[in-house]
Write a protein of this length. Sequence first.
Length: 111
Amino acid sequence: MEKILADFVDLLAQLSRELKQLFDTGDISVLADMHATVKGMYAIQHGNEDDVFRTVDPDCEVIYRNFDMILSLLRTVEGDAPDRGAQQALNKFLHNINEGLVNIVTLFGLV
């Protein structure tokens, strides 16, 4: 269990670094890396019956759902630069992901 939890915490740290890079640079190509990270988190956490993972499930669901919304949004603007409304939605989804991430690391006592 400790290895699984350590792997999950590593993915949380990775997601945090990727969010910071995205916020600092505005380079949406970082989303490809974030996608892999979120998929890794989901593979570890989703359906895991350990109390730790059940406790963070609501915040993980926020991360998963908002990332899915980002992917859906980007598919609608594929090849085009996001318009103002799409950019605002993207920012909101990223904010929600960041909030879920902060809640989880706080629950784990990492901040």
